[in-house]
Design a protein around this ligand. Structure first.
Ligand code: BGC
Ligand code: NOJ
Length: 812
C-alpha cells in the first residue's frame, strides 16, 4: 500500500494519508540551525547540537507516537482542526504533506478553508520560518481563530528530561508585541535566547503550558482552543511554551499569509541586556524584519531551491529507470547531506542526547557528500582529526558544539583510525586539494602537539601495524565497525553498557578480519598517496605491511568457502564453518573481497558465492548466519539481540554495498544491481505498510529472515547506508570515479542495460558521459572518446575550463 508518491519534478515526496505506518519525517536547515519535522508537524528544533542547544521539546516514543511539534490549531465555529491532521486529529476534507529539499509544507482543508503551513530554515539563518496561508474557498465569510504552539526546551535536552526539581523553577519568558522570548538561564551563564514571533498584531498569547492545555488535556485539546481565546499567561517556572492567538476574518475567496519565526540569538556579554532584566532584542528583530512579508519568505525559499538545484546538478544520471534516477539524483544525495550534518545524533530513532558525531561514521558520511560541498568536507576532516590521539587511536565520538572528544564514550575501536584515510582521500580526489595534508592538526584538541594532517594519516595507518594479534591480524580493541562484536567485554551485568564498560583487553587474542580487509584497502590508498607526494620510502614501508596483511589473511582468515569474521579473546574462530551459530558474516567478506584478497586464487568469487547462498534474502543481505539464539558472553551485544534484529542477522543496510562493490570488483554487475534494488527505498514504496519507514530514505536495518516480521525497517535517516549506497551505485555500478588526475570511467552494470547517461561536474568542468552497451556486457570499457577524439585510457582528464565535454564510452 502507498501513502503518497514521488514528485520528481519538484523533488518532493508527497504524503496523501497522514496515517503513515510511522512518522515520515524531513530535516530543515543544513548548517547551524536545524529542525526535524514529521508529516503531521511533529518534531523539534536545535542550534548546532541536539543535546546542548535544544530550543523546543519533543516527546520520543510517546503515546500517541510523535508528540510535540510546531502546531497550528484552527478554530472555525465549533470545529478545531490542524493542517497536519495531528494534533487535533479532526478528520480533514483533504490532506497533503510535501517533504522537499530542506523544506516541508503541510496542507489541510476543512469546511471550505485550506491551511497550508510551509516550514523551512532559510540559508545562513538561525531561525525556522513558518508561513501559514489560509484560504477561504467557501461562499461564506469565515471568522477563524488561529493558535500557534511550540514548547520550549530548557536548552540541555538531557537535563530537560531529568532534573525536574530544578527545571520547574527556572523557566523565564518576555513578551513584547507579537514576539515571545524564551530567556531561561540567560541571566546566568548563557549568552543565548530563543524567540517565536508572528508578523501581525495578536489578540492574545500564552506562555504557560498548564494554562494553555489544562493540566489533564493532551495536545489534541488545549483548553484555550476549546474556550476560543488565550489567557495571556506569562510563564514563571514550570513549562514555558509560546502560543500566539490571532483572529482572522476571510471573505469568500480571500487568502491571508502569516509569517511565524522561531529563532535563536547569541549576544556578547556586554550586549546582553537592553535594561535591567530586559534582554537585548536587536538581533531577533533584525531576523524577524528579514522575513516579515510573504514576498521575502518566498524569495528565501527560492534561494534555498536554487541552492539545491546547484548541489544536485553535480551528479545526475539518466538511466531510463525512474526509481533509480530519483534515488541517485535526489533522495540519496539529500540523505547524504543529512547524515553529513547530523552523523548519528538526531532523528526519530536517535534522541540527539546520546550520540554526537561519530569518528568512523562522519568519515564514511563524507564519501556521499564530498562532491556536494568540498569546503565543508575539508573543515569536517580537520574537526574529526583534531579529536585523534597521538598514537592514532580516537575518541569514538565528539560533540558538534564543542568539537571535543566525548569522554563518556571513550575510544578503543580499532577500525576508527582507518576511516580517516578514506575521508581524506575522498576529499582530495574530489577537489584536487592536496594542501589539506599540510594543515597543522592538533591531537585531542591540543594545539601544542599538533602535526600535519598527513602525519595523522600515518599514525592512523600505524595504529593497525602497532596493534596486531597472534595471527598478525589487527586486534579488534573494543570493537571494529560492528559496535556489537564486543570480544573483550565479557559483560554479565545488565546495568553495564556494552559500548563503554571496562574491557579485558590485556592478553586478548581477539582479532578482526574486517579490519584486516579495511587495512588492505585503505593501506593501499595510503601507499598511492605517499607515492603521489614523492614519499617513496614511506610508500615502500607501508606496502610491505599491506603485503604482510594479505598473507596473514590468506593464511589465517580463509575458512575454505569464505573469510572468517574474527578470532575471539581466546583465539577461537568466529564466522567459521566450525561455529554452531554465526558461521558466516558479511563484513569480513565484504572488505576482503573489496580488497581483492586472493582474487587470483578464486577466493573472492567463492566468498561472494557463499554470501549469496547463505546471507542473501528477499529483503537484502543479512549480517550473519545462523543468527545467534543465545547470549555468548565472549561475543557481547551482538548476541543480545533477538535473531533477525540489528547486528544479529538483520539486513544491516550499511554493509550491503560492501558486497555490491565486492561484486563489481569481481565483474558481476547483475548481482551488484540485484543487491542494490533489494534495499533501495524507492523500489520498496509499494510495500510501505510492511517496510514502515520513509520510502525516500534508507534505514539502518531491515528485519532479517529470522525475525518476526522480515522486511520491516527501522532507524531511518542517520545511517552510513546513505553514503555507502551512493558510493556503490555512482562510483562502482554506474562507475564514475573521481581520482587524483581525472575521472575514471569503469561501470559494472546489469548486462540487460543498453545505455545510460551521467552528467558529472568535476574540478571546474562538466562531463556529459554517455555509456553504450550494445553487446550487453556487465563490465569492461572497450573504447572512450572525449569531445569526439578517441582516447586510449578510461581516465578522463581534468579540463577545469568551465566548459562542457562530451564523453562517449563503449562497453564490450
Ligand atoms: C547498536 C549499534 C550502535 C551502538 C553504538 C548499539 O546498541 O546496535 O548499531 O552502533 O549501539 O551506539
Ligand atoms: C551504528 C553505528 O553508528 C556505527 O558506527 C556502527 O558501525 C554500526 N552501528 C554497526 O554496529
Amino acid at each position: 500500500m502507498n501513502f503518497g508518491h514521488f514528485d520528481d519534478q519538484h523533488r518532493e515526496y508527497v504524503i496523501t494519508n497522514p496515517r503513515t505506518p510511522w512518522p515520515w519525517i524531513n530535516y530543515l536547515g543544513n548548517e547551524d540551525f536545524f529542525s526535524l519535522i514529521s508529516n503531521t508537524a511533529g518534531g523539534y528544533t536545535f542550534y548546532k547540537d541536539a543535546k546542548f542547544r535544544r530550543l523546543t521539546r519533543y516527546r520520543y516514543n510517546n503515546v500517541p507516537m510523535d508528540s510535540g511539534g510546531k502546531y497550528f490549531y484552527i478554530k472555525d465555529a465549533d470545529t478545531s482542526w490542524s493542517p497536519g491532521w495531528k494534533p487535533c486529529k479532526t478528520e480533514l476534507d483533504s490532506y497533503e504533506c510535501r517533504h522537499g529539499m530542506n523544506y516541508t509544507s503541510i496542507k489541510g482543508e476543512k469546511n471550505g478553508v485550506t491551511a497550508s503551513a510551509l516550514y523551512f530554515v532559510p540559508l545562513k539563518t538561525w531561525a525556522e520560518v513558518q508561513k501559514l496561508t489560509l484560504t477561504n474557498h467557501s461562499k461564506a465569510v469565515k471568522k477563524l481563530k488561529v493558535f500557534s504552539f511550540i514548547e520550549w526546551c530548557l536548552w540541555n535536552a538531557a537535563a530537560d528530561m531529568e532534573n525536574f526539581q530544578r527545571n520547574f523553577s527556572t523557566g523565564e519568558v518576555e513578551i513584547e508585541d507579537s514576539v515571545i522570548y524564551h530567556k531561561t538561564e540567560y541571566k546566568e551563564r548563557r549568552d543565548h535566547y530563543a524567540y517565536y514571533s508572528v508578523n501581525v498584531p495578536v489578540q492574545g498569547y500564552d506562555t504557560d503550558r498548564e494554562s494553555f492545555f489544562g493540566l489533564y488535556n493532551g495536545f489534541d485539546e488545549p483548553q484555550v482552543v476549546a474556550e476560543g481565546k488565550s489567557r495571556n499567561t506569562e510563564a514563571h517556572g514550570w513549562s514555558p511554551i509560546a502560543s500566539h492567538y490571532i483572529e482572522v476574518e476571510l471573505q469568500p475567496g480571500e487568502i491571508k499569509d502569516f509569517i511565524f519565526i522561531l529563532g535563536y540569538v547569541e549576544n556578547k556579554e556586554d550586549e546582553k541586556w537592553e535594561s535591567k532584566n530586559i534582554i537585548n532584542k536587536k538581533k531577533a528583530k533584525e531576523t524577524i524584519a528579514r522575513f516579515n512579508t510573504a514576498a521575502k519568505v518566498d524569495a528565501a525559499l527560492a534561494d534555498l531551491r536554487r541552492y539545491w538545484d546547484n548541489l544536485l546538478s553535480i551528479y545526475t544520471v539518466d538511466s531510463g529507470d525512474e526509481k533509480l534516477d530519483r534515488m541517485v539524483n535526489i533522495w540519496n544525495q539529500y540523505q547524504c547531506m543529512i547524515t553529513f550534518c547530523f552523523s548519528r545524533s538526531a532523528s526519530f530513532f536517535e534522541s540527539g542526547i546520546g550520540r554526537g558525531m561519530g569518528f568512523r561514521d562522519s568519515n564514511q558520511d563524507l564519501i556521499g557528500f564530498v562532491h556536494q560541498i568540498p569546503e565543508r568536507a575539508r573543515e569536517r576532516i580537520i574537526d574529526i582529526a583534531s579529536t585523534q590521539f597521538q598514537d592514532g587511536g580516537c575518541y569514538h565520538q565528539y560533540q558538534p558544539l564543542t568539537k571535543r572528544g566525548n569522554n563518556d564514550i571513550g575510544g578503543g575501536f580499532n577500525d576508527d583510525p582507518l576511516w580517516l584515510i578514506l575521508g581524506t582521500i575522498s576529499y582530495i580526489k574530489e577537489s584536487g586539494d592536496f594542501s589539506i595534508l599540510g594543515e597543522m592538526v592538533p591531537f585531542d584538541n591540543d594545539m601544542s602537539v599538533a602535526r600535519t594532517l598527513f602525519d595523522h594519516l600515518s599514525v592512523s595507518f600505524d595504529h593497525v601495524v602497532n596493534n596486531l594479534g597472534p595471527h598478525g591480524l589487527p586486534l579488534i580493541g573494543r570493537a571494529d565497525w560492528n559496535d556489537c562484536l564486543n570480544l573483550n567485554c565479557f559483560s554479565n551485568d545488565p546495568n553495564e553498557s556494552f559500548q563503554t564498560t571496562e574491557n579485558k583487553s590485556e592478553g586478548s587474542k581477539a582479532e578482526s578480519l574486517m579490519i584486516a580487509g579495511l587495512f588492505v584497502v585503505y593501506g593501499r590508498d595510503y601507499v598511492t598517496l605517499c607515492k603521489k607526494l614523492g614519499k617513496h620510502e614511506e610508500a615502500a614501508r607501508a606496502q610491505s605491511h599491506v603485503d604482510t596483511m594479505i598473507d596473514a589473511v590468506k593464511k589465517h582468515g580463509w575458512d575454505g568457502e569464505w573469510f572468517i569474521r574474527a578470532y575471539d579473546y581466546y583465539g577461537r574462530k568466529i564466522g567459521s564453518k566450525e561455529n554452531e551459530e554465526g558461521k558466516i558474516f558479511i563484513e569480513s567478506n565484504g572488505w576482503c573481497t573489496m580488497a581483492g584478497i586472493g582474487k587470483e586464487e578464486g577466493l573472492c568469487t567463492k566468498a561472494l558465492d557463499s554470501v549469496k547462498e547463505r546471507l542473501d534474502t528477499r529483503y537484502g543481505i543479512v549480517l550473519n548466519n545462523p543468527a545467534f539464539t543465545k547470549y555468548y558472553i565472549e561475543y557481547g551485544e551482538i548476541s543480545s539481540y533477538p535473531p533477525g534484529y540489528k547486528e544479529n542477522a538483520a539486513v544491516f543496510c550499511h554493509n550491503n554495498p560492501w558486497i555490491m562493490i565486492g561484486e563489481t570488483v569481481a565483474g558481476n554487475g547483475n548481482r551488484a544491481w540485484e543487491y542494490y534494488k533489494k534495499i533501495c527505498p524507492s523500489y520498496l514504496e509499494d510495500i510501505s505498510e510492511l517496510h514502515k519507514t520513509e520510502p525516500y530514505v534508507y534505514g539502518q536495518m531491515v528485519a532479517g529472515k529470522d525475525a518476526f516480521k522480515p522486511g520491516e525497517a527501522k532507524n531511518s535517516w542517520l545511517t552510513g547506508t546513505a553514503s555507502w549506497n551512493f558510493y556503490a551505485i555512482t562510483q562502482f555500478i554506474l562507475g564514475i570515479q573521481p581520482d587524483y588526475d581525472g575521472l575514471i570511467i569503469d561501470p559494472c552494470i546489469p548486462d540487460s542495460w543498453s545505455a545510460f547517461k551521467v552528467t558529472r561536474k568535476f574540478r571546474g568542468a562538466t562531463y556529459k558521459i554517455e555509456i553504450q552497451n550494445p553487446e550487453h556486457k556487465s563490465k569492461g570499457v572497450r573504447s572512450v572518446s572525449v569531445d569526439g577524439k578517441p582516447q586510449d585510457t578510461n581516465l578522463i582528464p581534468i579540463f577545469g575550463d568551465g566548459k562542457e565535454h562530451n564523453v562517449t564510452v563503449l562497453l564490450g
